[in-house]
Design a protein around this ligand. Structure first.
Ligand SMILES: Cc1cc2nc3c(=O)[nH]c(=O)nc-3n(C[C@H](O)[C@H](O)[C@H](O)COP(=O)(O)OP(=O)(O)OC[C@H]3O[C@@H](n4cnc5c(N)ncnc54)[C@H](O)[C@@H]3O)c2cc1C
Length: 520
């Protein structure tokens, strides 16, 4: 039963014109992220414009309620889930307009809830793109979430992480002020106030709009895939490719992840992805014949080339002319050759690139298991040691993991000018949650076993996750999606930590803006 105070809060929130949800189903749904459930929420506010967002934030904070922003909800580090009950969650999915595509100044301004997929669709016919142009979760994940988490994937081997593509923000502060963070066309302008809010996982304010840089979409793509027998040569080749600045994306899977992907791909409808790939081939000047040929090649190759693969590495290159993209791939081949790798069919990068924002079915394992990625971004010089330490950690828990059916698979990805991401993913048998069931396609969900809650395997997963966070901390890794998971504050210089606290107090004197996120 809602209390009188709650009823009055909800009615005042509704007075702002924003949609407000307070039914038990919605409150439970929004209390989850992909990984876990937070404390009970008091209300969900779905503003349709910046004015409603600012007014509703002011109402909630004046009523003494914590507030938390949620974009697409596609995170798993407790960024918007709450530790204390009674918060007001702001679902920004309806704040998703593309406000201005400025081809003269090469910027685009969007509302924060706009998804990467929506922006990509709008820019593609114009031959434009943002430098980093989305996370693999971009079908649902928002650009505001991307700036607040600072993620990687599309374009990241060349252009670095998401926040580097951002020019300016409009941020709603705890008192309802809408603050512009600098110039609309140039960043940084003086001290980088835009940067202050990038990667804050919503602890300092709620982004209402995001202005991003635009670049011309490359006309030509080239792809290659390689396999390696050991992780040392795999990581070394990947690092050298990053330092050579030849790839737009470069990512790899360890043997466990290769095996998992093979199993999952056999469950999913490759045909639909293949059509996407053939369309891309036809559209990029190759014509229908080339598209058919490429499609036939992928079908013929199947996934058997990965059957015995130990470590795989996938390299994507782009150029204004085909020869430039091919030359980059040729350079990657030479690097791989020097490190003892060999080339295999390139269907994985081709298919992924042609369907950049596919359905998010990989949040469940091929046997219906739960999935939790934990990552660290490391300089190349520290990647090998860290990788060895991760293996040693899992070796120490091997028997217990086997007994409970827990397994892992590790992904690596280059981040241009910043190093390499190492991301072990834990898969454990356990019940899914309402957010996962809502996100995974029904047709895929039907093919998966429905698992029961498993407290023992959940407990070990939590323990492994904490151990990985500590391990990354000890190896001085840095992180995206800090939320309530990574040890960010402890890793700061004491003077920087003190400044951050001062800024938090200035921007959010009552400590009600997503309390606990970023460790604040
Ligand atoms: C299948 C799958 C694939 C993924 N692939 C990638 C990948 O390729 N690369 C990658 O980096 N990550 C990936 N992720 C993780 C995640 O989806 C991304 O980090 C993404 O950027 C989250 O965006 P979102 O809009 O869903 O954010 P949310 O989950 O809604 O929020 C994330 C954080 O940002 C804050 N926030 C959201 N919107 C705002 C706002 N407007 N103002 C202030 N704070 C805000 C929230 O409070 C929270 O702390 C993946 C996740 C899944 C499930």
């Amino acid at each position: 039963m809602a209390t009188l105070a709650e009823l009055s809060l909800i009615s005042t929130l509704r007075d702002t014109g924003a949609e407000v949800l307070d039914d038990p189903g919605s409150l439970d749904f929004y209390a989850h992220d992909i990984y876990s459930r937070g404390a009970d929420l008091a209300a969900i506010v779905r503003p349709a414009n910046t004015g409603q967002l600012a007014a509703a934030v002011k109402v909630a904070i004046e009523a003494g309620r914590p507030v938390a922003p949620r974009g697409g909800g596609m995170s798993y580090t407790g960024g918007y889930t709450q530790q204390q009950p009674g918060a007001v969650l702001f679902d920004l999915a309806a704040l998703d307009r593309i406000l201005d595509i400025n081809e003269t100044d090469m910027t685009v301004k969007v509302e924060a809830g706009c998804t990467w997929a929506k922006l990509y669709e709008a820019l593609q016919p114009m031959g434009l793109r943002t430098p980093m142009w989305g996370t693999l979760s971009g079908l649902k994940a928002s650009i505001g979430g991307g700036m607040s988490q600072n993620g990687i994937f599309w374009g990241s081997s060349r252009h670095g992480s998401a926040a580097l593509s951002c020019v300016a923000l409009e941020v709603v502060l705890a008192d309802g002020t809408v603050m512009r963070t600098g110039s609309e066309f140039s960043r940084p302008y003086g001290p980088d106030l835009t940067g202050l809010f990038c990667g804050d996982t919503g602890a300092l304010g709620i982004k209402a709009t995001v202005t991003l840089r635009l670049v011309r979409e490359a006309a030509h793509n080239a792809y290659a895939s390689f396999v390696f027998d050991d992780h040392a040569s795999w990581l070394a080749a990947s690092s050298e490719i990053e330092r050579s600045d030849i790839a737009t994306e470069c990512f790899g899977f360890d043997p466990n992840l290769n095996a998992l992907r093979m199993k999952r791909d056999s469950l999913s409808s490759d045909a639909r992805q293949l059509v996407g790939m053939m369309k891309k081939e036809a559209g990029s000047g190759g014509g229908v014949l080339k598209a058919l040929k490429e499609g036939a090649k992928v079908v013929a190759a199947g996934r058997d080339f990965l059957k015995d693969a130990r470590f795989s590495l996938h390299v994507l290159a782009e150029g204004r002319i085909a020869a430039a993209a091919e030359a980059d791939i040729e350079a990657a081949r030479a690097i791989v050759h020097r490190h003892g790798g060999r080339e295999v069919e390139n269907s994985i990068p081709k298919i992924v690139r042609a369907n950049p924002f596919g359905p998010l079915n990989s949040m469940l394992g091929p046997d219906g298991e739960r999935w939790a990625p934990i990552h660290g971004l490391l300089p190349h010089g520290k990647a090998q040691d860290c990788y060895n330490a991760i293996n040693a950690l899992f070796d120490r828990h091997r028997d217990e993991m086997e007994r409970l059916g827990i397994h892992i698979g590790t992904l690596v990805a280059n981040v241009g000018g910043q190093g390499v991401i190492i991301e072990p993913c834990i898969y454990w048998p356990d019940a899914s949650n309402p957010l996962i069931r809502d996100t995974v396609e029904d047709s895929h969900l039907k093919r998966l076993p429905k698992l029961a809650a498993n407290a023992e395997s959940w407990a070990l997963t939590q323990k492994l996750k904490r151990a990985l966070v500590d391990l990354f901390f000890e190896h001085k890794a840095v992180h995206f999606q800090i939320g309530r998971t990574y040890r960010y504050r402890e890793s700061l210089d004491p003077a920087a930590n003190a400044l951050l606290q001062l800024l938090k107090r200035q921007l959010d004197p009552k400590g009600l803006m997503n309390p606990g996120s970023l460790g604040l």
